[in-house]
Design a protein around this ligand. Sequence first.
Ligand code: CAA
Length: 445
Amino acid sequence: MTAVGIDAVEIWTGKLKLDLPETFAPQKGDDPAKYTKGLGLNASSFPDAYEDIVTMGANAAYKLMERKGLEPDDIGRIDVATESAFDNSKPVSTYVAGCLEDVYEGDFHHANKGERKFACIAGTQSIDDAYNWIKAGRNRGRGALVIATDTALYARGDAGEATQGAGAVAMYITEDPSLVEISHEQGYGSADETDFLKPNQQFPSVDGKRSVQVYLARMREALEDYESVAGDVELDGFEYAPFHTPFPGMVRKAALLAYRHVIRGTEHEDDLAGEIGRQPRPDEFDDEEAYQEAIREYMDALGDTEKYQDWYAEVIDPTLSISREVGNWYTGSVHIARMSALIEAAEEGTEMAGKTLLVGSYGSGAQAEIHAETVVDGWQDEIEACDIYDQIDDRYDISFSEYEQVHDRHNHEKRVELEPFTQPEGEFVFDGWGPMNERKYTFVE
Ligand code: CAA
C-alpha cells in the first residue's frame, strides 16, 4: 500500500508574547504557580495588529512552499482548519490562496479548497481528508496543503483567558512523505456535548470543568475504538504520544488515564502491584461509588510512582515544550505537540525512523480521534528546518495594558486601531477592509 502522511511542516507563531506568571497572574491576583505548575503554561502568543488567522496561515504555507520548492501546480487542495473564522460563507483557504497567488506566478484555480470545522480536531480531520483523497487516487500526483490556524481568544475575565494563544501550522500531505506515515487504523469517541461552543459569537461559551471531563471521556472512547481495529496499545509500542494540548495540565490528566488503561492486565501492572496494589476491577465492589473511590486512590498512587513518572518524562513531557510557551492554538495544538517531541528527539540524537507516535486529537462539542504515525527516513532534515523556538524568542513581550489593547484589536466587534509592536518583513499582512467587508492582504518585502 502507498504510504501517505506528512511530508513537511512549518509553524508560525503570533508575534506577541503575554508572560503569564509575570504579567497576567499579578493582575488577576493569582499565584504565578497556578499558571506554571497547575496549567503548565509560561506564556501565550498573540497576533500583532497586522496579523490574523489568514496572515499566520499564509505565512506558514509560504515558508513551507519556499523551503520545499513547491509551486501552486504541485498543490491539489488547500484545506484550512479553524475555529476563529470571520465569515460564514467564504472560506479562509480562498484568502490564503489569494495571498499566495500574489507571490507565485501560477495560480490555485485547479485546487479544491475548503474550511473544516469541528473545534480543535478540525486540523486532524483535514489531514484525514487529504489522506483519503490521496489513497483514493484522486490527487493526480499532487499534494494537499493543510493549514491549522487560530486566534484562540476568550472573553476578558473568562477562566479560559489564561489558556489563550495564536498561531498556525502548515502541513504538506503527500505520498511517500518525508516526516511521518499515517496509519490506516484510527479510533473515534464522539458525542453531542455542550462543553465549549461559539453559537454565532467570537468568544466561546465554556463550561471549563466539564470540558476537562468531556475531553477525558471522549479520548478514552477513541482509544478503545482504536484498539478494536489496531489491537491493544502496548506501553512500549510508541515513542511519544502527542495529544491535543489546550494547556499542558490537561494532558497530564489524560496521560495518567491512558497509562492506567494501557498497563491493565500486563506485566507493568504486575511490576507495580507490590508498591500500589493491582487496579481495582468493578466486579470486586458492591457499588459504583466504592469502585470510583478505589480508582481515585489507585490513580493518585500510580501518578506518584517512579515508573509512571519516568514514562511521563520520556513519552509525554517532550510533546508539551512548545505549548508551554505559546498557549492553546486550538486546531494547531496537537500538531505542535508532534513537532515539539520530534524537535527534542532530534536535539538528543534519538533515531526516530521506524518509531511510532500515538496521536490523540480532540475537539469540543465533542470528538476525539486516535491514530498512529510512523516516523520515516528524512525526518531529521524536516525537523532541523523548523525555527519555532527562534520565533518564540523573538516575540515582543507585551505589558498588561498592551494586552488589553491587543485583545480589543482582535475583537471582531471592536476593530480598534492599534500601532503594531513589531515590524513585518517578507510576510503577508492584514491591510484593511474592502467594499464588501472583505479583508485585504498585502505582501511586505
Ligand atoms: N500552585 C500549583 N497549582 C495550582 C495553583 C498553585 N498556586 N493554583 C491552582 N493550581 C492548579 C489547580 O489545582 C488546577 O490543577 P488540577 O486541575 O490538576 O487540580 C489547575 O492549577 C488550574 O486551576 P483551576 O482549576 O483553579 O483553574 P480555573 O478554574 O481558573 O481554570 C480551566 C481551569 C477550567 C481549565 C480554564 O482554564 C478553562 O476554562 N479553560 C478553557 C477550557 C479548556 O481549555 N478546557 C480543556 C478541555 S476542552 C479542550 O481541550 C478544547 C479546547 O482546546 C478549548
